[in-house]
Design a protein around this ligand. Structure first.
Ligand code: GLU
Length: 367
């Protein structure tokens, strides 16, 4: 018996259009068939589907529009409804219901809204409904956008506490150089750690016509593996690709997830935008990294940014390296006043206290 898994599957525009100007239904038919098979075995499937803008363009017969945000919003408003109708029609063949969720960055960045989005996602899964997710392109402007569905799918995987994130594209996986230009380009089949060397290779690699190419796929993989989720980047044209990932059969490029945090609060830390930085001394660094301690005011040397209590902040060493992220119990002004002091002095200095630590170990994710 296979373990029941939660799997987020991201389908990019280049895969859904097969590189053409229109949505290729045959491609989606095949992927729906594979999803339905896994669904019937009890696995939980979530789909992050691109293609709204391409679909809108096709439905309106490729109108001549100015290259503005509002033109894309218009195309997405038309296309998203066509796209969801298609998913609905194809899943109904298997008697499976779908539910649409359209998100933006602002739906995820504060903890309340994160939990709200998470609740509806989990409610759909509990009812056996397959969530179909996209960015809310019809209203999203650059400031509130995630911007690409690779990163959005990583956030979705964190929201749903997924076991696997599958980024389906139109090439085999991540290569060490551009496979269309270099016949000796090699597929990178396993990744345990994402570093700058790999990032620079990914920058030179390619992936069809999607918004982000390999760069955003690598960003997404980075976010997801930090949160303990395994990631596979591979071709959506591969037969039984979804089955292979669930059965742990190696396909494409596989990224290994780190240890999974079990608290929901900690999962949000991966998604939230850090509002500031605290720089800590060597003693505090050792206490956090080696002794699994919380961050006390005593070890803080300087702080950057203005943030409120409850914000996510970076904890950096004096070289600027991020050693952890966590939820701050004090606002930035308060930390400025108590930095370097003993916890016992907090009340005396501030006239109040929220406990002896600035970032509690339970609300911290060590890099
Ligand atoms: N949300 C976009 C769309 O549906 C796609 C973004 C992406 O491909 O990354 O057209």
């Amino acid at each position: 018996m296979e373990n029941k898994q939660t799997l987020v599957i991201k389908l990019g525009t280049s895969l859904l259009t097969g590189g053409s100007k229109h949505i290729k239904q045959s491609q989606i038919v095949e992927l729906v068939k594979q999803c339905a098979k896994q669904y019937k075995k009890g696995h939980r499937i979530i789909i992050v589907s691109s293609g709204a803008i391409a679909s809108g363009r096709e439905h309106l017969n490729y109108p001549k529009l100015q290259n503005t945000i509002v033109s894309n919003q218009l195309l997405a408003a038309v296309g998203q409804s066509k796209l969801i109708q298609l998913w609905e029609k194809l899943f109904s063949v298997y008697g499976i219901h779908i539910g649409q969720i359209l998100l933006t960055r602002s739906d995820l960045k504060n903890r309340k809204r994160f939990l709200n989005a998470r609740n509806v996602l989990i409610a759909l899964l509990n009812k056996g409904i397959i969530p179909i997710i996209n960015e809310n392109d019809a209203v999203a402007t650059d400031e509130i956008k995630v911007g690409d569905n690779d990163n959005l799918s990583a956030f979705t995987a964190i929201l749903s506490n997924a076991d696997n994130l599958l980024l389906l594209t139109d090439i085999e996986g991540l290569y060490d150089s551009n496979p269309h230009q270099n016949p000796n380009a090699k597929l990178i089949s396993e990744v345990h750690n994402i570093d700058n060397k790999l990032r620079s290779k990914a920058g030179k690699s390619i992936s069809g016509l999607g918004t982000g190419g390999m760069t955003t796929k690598l960003q997404a993989a980075d976010i997801a593996i930090q949160a303990g989720i395994n990631v596979t980047i591979t071709s959506g044209y591969k037969p039984n690709v979804i089955d292979s990932v669930i059965k742990n059969i190696h396909v494409g490029t596989r990224f290994y997830g780190k240890k999974k945090p079990n608290e929901t609060r900690n999962r949000w830390i991966f998604i939230a935008i850090a509002k500031g930085d605290v720089y800590i001394d060597n003693g505090a660094q050792i206490a956090i990294l080696k002794k699994k301690c919380s961050l006390l005011p005593k070890g803080i040397k300087k702080i950057k940014g203005e943030f409120s209590r409850g914000s996510v902040i970076h904890i950096r060493n004096m070289n600027g390296k991020i050693i952890a992220r966590g939820i701050s119990r004090y606002n930035s002004d308060a930390i400025k006043n108590i930095a370097g002091c003993h916890s016992k002095q907090i009340n005396q200095i501030l006239g109040y206290q929220h406990g002896p630590v600035v970032v509690h170990r339970n609300h911290m994710i060590v890099s």
